[in-house]
Each structure stands twice: as structure tokens, then as C-alpha cells.
Design a protein around this ligand. Sequence first.
Ligand code: FA5
Length: 344
Amino acid sequence: MASDLTPQQQVAHALADGVARIQAAASSDDLKAVLAGLTGKKGSFVAIRSSLGKVADIEERKALGQLVNEAMAELDVATQARAKALRAGEFATQIEADRVDLTELAMSARASRRRGRMHLVTQATERLEDVFIGLGFQIAEGPEVETDFYNFEALNMPPSHPARSMWDTLFIESDVEGSVVLRTHTSPVQIRVMQEWPPPIYAVMPGRVFRKETPDATHMPVFHQIEGLVIDRGITFADLAGTIESFTKAFFGPGFTSRLRPSYFPFTEPSAEFDIRRPDGSWIELGGCGMVHPHVLRAGGLDPNEWSGFAFGFGIDRMAKERHGVEDLRDMYSDDVRFTEQFS
Ligand code: FA5
């Protein structure tokens, strides 16, 4: 500070200098540094304040103190104004930096043409539904958590019936132990449909089923079935065989044929296993079928003397596997989009 200036001039000089530096601050951080310089230990105002002690006249000292305080207040106002302006500018810069150009995104998505694909089982289910709707069937659905009654008892498997062990059942905790299960097959939906729909019935019932099984190339603990149920007057085994053959050709293509092998299911009599023959001559089992057992018709509220019918249950996952030549069922559940993208 030049010593030839009066104290008043020193204050005015420091104030003008401070305001100029505040206004020149280029960022909030810069402003903080400028303030520290002005009001810190080495700042001009600290020097002025300490020199006040040397002013002998009390009134003059008071007036000078007042002047310094006013100058500090002015500096404060200038600081607030500059800080506000800087914040607004910095906010605008931040917004600009964070801006996402959606038109650019949309254009790059279009350019790479990356589109999702439906899961193979979903594709197969929709195709199965289309084929059966084409054959005159309707679609029905039932719950995945079932009672023992629908999953077993109404399907001609009373408690302790040995056929219950054909399915490794997963139980849900309930008041009556063992009375609630994760359905082991879609056959319980047969009973629900018979109870709700007046015959004649031509229905397919796709859905997820659960079994306590270790996954391997052809088995999953959670998989999908499509149940079929036809109830009408005078339905015979020939209708069942004809329906399955028409379905095989419609779903897999003209190079495929089907065969029925005698088998056992408690809810159908007679019962059969349904295999398809691939164009290379090999066979694969896809499901079970048969004529609906009279006990099952009764559990569904129908008179076996008036109505007869057939039912079938196919594994959808295995159908998808066959249709697309997938080696291992577990690959279909790998959740790897590169796998799904191979099939459309
Ligand atoms: C049944 O579940 C009977 N409810 C089918 C039925 C319905 C018979 C109506 C008669 C009348 P099964 O347990 O065989 O049957 O299973 C049917 C099909 O589901 C099998 O042929 C197979 O294609 C498929 N499947 C069975 N277990 C698995 C599994 N762990 N993983 C994937 N698919 C399976």
C-alpha cells in the first residue's frame, strides 16, 4: 500500500481493487481463492484494520473503522452477485455436457438394427397355439400353484396311489401338509376346463410346470407343457391319432411323422406315448396321451355314458429344441442374447 495515500484513500483503493478481482473471477473455485486473498491474513483489509490502531484521534479512528466495515459489506455484495452469476453459467455448462441427443441414439440403433428376440419357448408356444387354433381348438390356462386335488386326485390318483411317484413333486408349505403343490404337469387344467366349460370341448392349455429334477440335455426342473383336451360325443382313439398326426405335420413340417406307443397314465385309458420321427429316421418322445378315463370325466362333472374324449400333454421345451436343432435344453436358458439371435 502506497504510504502517501490517506487512510480513506487506502480503503477506497482496496475496495476498487477487491471488486475488480471479484468480478474477474472465472469460476466458483477462482472466486473462493480471490476472497481468501482479500480477507485472509495477508489481505489488504487486514493491513488497513491493523493500521487503524495508529490513528490517534478516537473519532477519526471510529469513522475509519466504519468506512472499512462498509467497504467489506460492499465486497460481500459484489461476491454474492459474482457467485450467483458463476453458478448459473456453470449449471448451464453442466446441462449442456450432460445433454443426450436422442435423435443420435435413435439413428445409431437403426443403423445397427439390433432387435430383441422372443425366447424359443415363447416362439414355440405361440406357434403351437396358432396350429391348434387352426385345428378348431380354444386356449385355456390354469394356476401354477395347484391343490393336491387337481394335480393328482381328480386325475384318478387318490392319496398313496403309486403313480404319484411318476412325478417328483415340489410342495408348497400349507396348513394341511402336502395339500398344495407346484403343478407337476398341465393335466390339472383339464379338470378345471371340464368343470367350467360346457361340452363339447376342444381346448389346449399351455403353461409352466415344475419337477424336482436335475437339469440335463433333455430335462429341466422348470419346463413347459401344452395340454390338449377334446370332449364330445363318440370320440375314439382314431380321432386322437389323426389329430396328433395333423399337428405333427403342421408344427414340424411335412418331413415328420408321428407314432403312438402303448403306455400308462392313471388319467387316460388306454394311454400312449407320442413320438415323432425326424427326416433322418430317428425318433424322439414328445409327450403322453390317451382316452380320458371315466373317473376323470366324473371329477370334471361329466357323465361318461354321454361324453368321451382324449387328452394329450407335450413338452414345449423339447419341441422347441427339436424344431431348431438345439443340442441341450440348458442352452435355451443361458440368457445369452447371442443364442436367441440365431433363431427368428
Ligand atoms: C405327463 O406329464 C402327462 N401329464 C402327459 C399326459 C397328458 C398324458 C394327458 C396323457 C394325457 P410326462 O411326465 O411323460 O407326462 O411328461 C410329458 C412330456 O413333458 C414328456 O414327454 C417330455 O416331452 C416333457 N418333459 C417331461 N419331463 C421334462 C423335463 N424335466 N424337462 C423338459 N421336458 C420334460
